[in-house]
Design a protein around this ligand. Structure first.
Ligand code: HPA
Ligand code: ZN
Length: 324
């Protein structure tokens, strides 16, 4: 089965570029930029990837990204991910970035965007991976801060295709960000939203009805609301599920409890993604393998998951056909 999974062409639609920072690169950059990490060794850093919930992960994720400073650093971080994705037969990626975690450190929006974009172009040229970029607002910060971030990014509008919402979910519902998402839509941007990762099904409904989200990131808590499951199935709203993330952040006690198989059986348009791979113990193939083994997914189900990743991408029909 591992060979079958490895050979499947896949798209990855839920991947935070900041969350691809491997400890080895973190130490290299810490040394180069003279920024200190709260760990003495790579092994110590990896050992700290033992989380109780989303917040305990986010605390470490924001602390670690402080070593990524220059345009070249953002380029190197992004290219390292693309090489890994290429090795797993990922043919298309739609990558999140969190500009507020950089502008707060006085790194200009332009530096972040230029570093990531030049790597995406190189990946397309040299590896044949197509990529798009999605700007995420940090939901634990204010709606005003999200608004200001969008204004800072709009001069570089051609470098990203959409906006999303991530960070600490509970207590920061989609309804907090209606105005900035309306402005994003007015600028022709696609809309996605993390919802129903730790938060209740109502946050998924808010993301759809108030933000006009075209895709829901995670969305696993929809399973507590049969009427919502029915709606998501009828409307074929894509759900970008991240199984290893959900288990490592204790959304489920172990993979055998993960609802992804039931979600497929309910007719939901589910995809498999890695979220923040080094932190959660695997890239996209390891996520496929983990759910296949724990839930005994068939080849047909694996093919469906991979197909869903292309049909849920922000690609034209012609672009999808070329990749499928
Ligand atoms: N959830 C919310 N915010 C995040 C995540 C996540 O899984 N990963 C990186 N930022
Ligand atoms: Zn995420």
């Amino acid at each position: 089965m591992d060979d079958f999974i490895a050979a499947l062409p896949k798209a990855e639609l839920h991947l935070h570029i900041e969350g691809t920072l491997e400890p080895e690169l973190a130490f290299q950059l810490a040394d180069k930029n003279q920024v200190s990490l709260p760990f003495a060794t790579v092994a110590e850093m990896r050992a700290a990837y033992d989380f109780q919930d989303l917040q305990s992960f986010l605390d470490l994720y924001y602390a670690s990204i402080s070593v990524v400073c220059t345009e070249e650093d953002f380029h190197d971080l992004t290219l390292a991910y693309l090489k890994k994705a290429d090795s797993q037969n990922v043919r298309h990626t739609e990558i999140f970035f969190d500009p507020q975690s950089h502008t707060a450190r006085d790194i200009p929006m332009e530096t972040v965007l230029n570093g990531i974009t030049s790597a995406l172009k190189q990946g397309e040229r040299e590896l044949g991976i197509s990529s798009r970029l999605i700007l995420c607002f940090l939901r634990h910060l204010s709606a005003d801060s999200a608004w200001e971030t969008l204004q800072q990014a709009l001069p570089f509008r051609e470098q990203f295709i959409g906006v999303g919402l991530d960070s600490s979910e509970v207590g920061h519902p989609p309804s907090k960000f209606v105005k900035v998402f309306e402005e994003a839509r007015r600028n022709g941007l696609h809309i996605v939203c993390h919802a129903g990762e730790e938060g209740p099904p109502e946050y998924i409904t808010e993301a759809l009805d108030l933000l006009h989200a075209e895709r829901i990131d995670h969305g696993v808590h929809c399973m507590e609301d049969p009427a919502l499951v029915e709606r998501l199935a009828v409307e074929q709203i894509p759900l970008t599920v991240c199984p290893l993330s959900n288990v490592r952040l204790c959304v489920y006690p172990d993979m055998s409890q993960h609802p992804i198989k039931r979600m497929l059986e309910a007719g939901l348009r589910v995809t498999v993604n890695s979220d923040d791979p080094p932190y959660f113990g695997g890239y996209v193939n390891e996520n496929f393998t983990a759910v296949q083994q724990a839930l005994d997914l068939s080849r047909q189900e694996l093919i469906q998951l991979a197909r869903n990743s292309f049909t849920s991408a922000f690609l034209t029909d012609a672009e999808q056909q070329k990749l499928l």
